[in-house]
Design a protein around this ligand. Structure first.
Ligand code: ZN
Length: 109
């Protein structure tokens, strides 16, 4: 499962950065086009965090919308999925945001 390995690396990264301190809260930024299910991450996060300093930490997930620039007319396009096209009809798009997945913030004791 895709989400399980992601959750696992998030937990590992947080535990590493916490350097022995207890992690209270983790904020994750997940792009809407990253094909990652926030609910699945939430579930896997709790499983992976068990018996680590991350156990019991609140997981906050911020979903970032997809955004692309049309390479033909220069217009910006809101991306709800990767098959989106520009109002001018072009599918020649440069993805600017929405595929990221990163740890935005972490709170420790
Ligand atoms: Zn266009």
């Amino acid at each position: 499962m895709h989400e399980l390995s992601i959750a696992n690396s998030v937990v590992e990264l947080c535990a590493e950065r916490a350097m022995g301190a207890r992690v209270l809260r983790v904020t994750l930024e997940i792009g809407r086009l990253s094909a990652v299910m926030p609910d699945a991450i939430r579930f896997c996060f709790d499983v992976c965090a068990k018996d680590t300093v991350v156990e019991g930490a609140a997981l906050e997930i911020v979903e970032t919308p997809g955004l692309a620039r049309c390479l033909d007319c220069g217009g910006s396009v809101d991306m709800t999925d990767l098959l989106e096209h520009c109002a001018c009809g072009s599918v020649n798009l440069e993805l600017l945001a929405g595929s990221e997945l990163k740890i935005k913030q972490m709170e420790v004791v």
